[in-house]
Design a protein around this ligand. Structure first.
Ligand code: SF4
Ligand code: SF4
Length: 435
């Protein structure tokens, strides 16, 4: 694609980088076939190619974003299905990140949108605040129809309330670390994150037990927290960088003590941490440290795959539909490993049709764009149900929450199933589900 940036514009490194990305697009349109918003809305401006044009014009003009551009960029899920399909290797992720940051800096949203986004940015990344918000959402559940009827933000507030679990998740108990089996085979850091420990603390508890059975010690890194993805997807780049720097500092000392990997059980966070080296590339004080962190980041299934398989302690053979989170399949290109681990543990794993299409979760997308997210969830659930599974396995808490709200089929994290098969407790959601 030809571009017409001025020399002065190209003197700005992020703009120069965006221009390079734009020039790799040959506008062939292959990406439109796998874009969820184009499939639903059929509007070229809601396709990757259309958005690339909008971004090009917005950046070339060097003017504040217009309401039209903001509408179509906001509708993008950042699912990166287009990046998987694109034959020219267009780096859509960094282009859309740059566009969102430009919008955040140049466009004044209406008061309701500003309030909602600020509330999300100040609550979700902090587990303690998020637990209070979940409790409030739980109390508000019976009033959802009334909330949905509120002007302007009603539908989005109702979507937020609907996403809260039906009952308050168990508070994390300060359990003793599981005993690490001998011989010791490794030492890792495990990201605790923000929303996941509030919504489902059992996921990392299962991960710790699994790692301990494998002889892998988990280094204590209590200062690490939110990866920054939630605010980054809203264009709040400076806040995302602050979260990234905090995590880099928290892990850096442990890297010096010997760390084989930084293991992540939420693939949305994993994609973000693997990209810290890009996010902090312009910060001389953090560039190298961030690169070291990104190079060590692994989805838990990537790391488990490097270890000897464990003996089964349970009778398996149950049919599992594997939901491939976009951040894992498109963001990190981890596609087969989770399924291979589940199969090695004896489960019958089925791939739902249209596995490459997003479930509509996408960070806070299901709150900010509830209609599109709801349609995508219904489409995803219909496809999953075709495989007649006893449970759905996924590797990302956002997808798990999104899917749970649309089906009675239990949704579990891949590591919860692996842990159960190896002798861990049965995940709560599998009670009475034929396990
Ligand atoms: S597939 Fe790639 S090169 Fe073709 S239009 Fe889409 S982004 Fe551009
Ligand atoms: S990231 Fe997803 S929603 Fe956005 S343009 Fe690409 S395929 Fe479409």
């Amino acid at each position: 694609m030809q571009t017409t940036f001025t020399a002065a514009q190209l003197a700005d490194p992020p703009t120069a980088e965006a221009e390079k990305i734009l020039r790799t697009c040959v506008h062939c349109g292959f990406c439109t076939a796998t874009c969820p918003t184009y499939l639903l809305l059929g509007d070229e401006l809601d396709s990757p190619r259309g958005r690339i044009y909008l971004i090009k014009n917005m950046l070339e003009r060097g003017e504040p974003a217009t309401p039209e551009v903001v509408k179509h960029i906001d509708r993008c899920l950042s699912c990166l299905s287009c990046a998987t399909t694109c034959p020219s290797g267009v780096d859509y992720m960094h282009l859309i990140d740059h566009a969102r940051a430009h919008i955040d800096q140049t466009y004044r949203r209406d008061a309701a949108d500003r309030f909602l986004r600020a509330a999300l940015a100040h609550i979700l990344p902090y587990p303690h605040r998020f637990r209070w918000a979940l409790a409030a959402a739980l109390l508000a559940k019976p009033f959802r129809p009334l909330i949905a009827a509120l002007p302007v933000v009603g539908k989005r507030l109702a979507a937020m309330v609907a996403l809260a679990p039906a009952r308050f998740p168990a508070l994390p108990v300060a359990a003793a670390d599981p005993v690490v089996a001998a011989p010791r085979r490794g030492r890792v850091a495990l990201l605790e994150g923000c929303a996941q420990p509030a919504l489902s603390p059992s996921i990392n508890a299962a991960a710790r037990r699994l790692l301990a059975r494998h002889g892998v010690e988990v280094a204590p890194t209590p200062a690490a927290g939110c990866c920054g993805a939630l605010v980054h997807h809203m264009g709040r780049e400076a806040e995302a960088m602050a979260f990234a720097r905090k995590n880099v500092d928290a892990w850096h000392n442990e890297i010096h003590c010997g760390l084989d990997a930084i293991v992540v059980t939420a693939s949305g966070c994993g994609t973000s941490i693997k990209d810290y080296k890009h996010l902090l590339r312009g910060d001389p004080a953090y560039r190298d440290k961030a690169a070291a962190v990104s190079d060590l980041a692994r989805d838990i299934t990537e790391y488990l795959h490097t270890l000897e398989p464990l003996e089964n302690a349970r009778k398996t053979g149950q049919i599992i539909a594997y939901h491939s989170a976009c951040s894992l399949q498109h963001g990190q290109k981890v596609t087969d490993l989770p399924k291979r681990l589940l199969k090695a543990a004896g489960f019958v794993v089925r791939d739902p049709p249209e596995g490459h299409i997003c479930c509509g979760s996408a960070g806070v997308y299901n709150i900010l764009q509830p209609e599109i997210a709801g349609q995508l969830r219904a489409r995803k659930i219909a496809n999953i149900e075709k495989t007649k599974p006893l449970a759905i396995a996924a590797g990302n808490i956002g997808c798990m929450t999104q899917l749970s709200g649309g089906t009675g089929i239990p949704v579990v994290h891949t590591v919860e199933l692996l842990d159960w098969a190896a002798g861990g407790p049965k995940p709560e959601s599998l009670t009475g589900a034929g396990f």
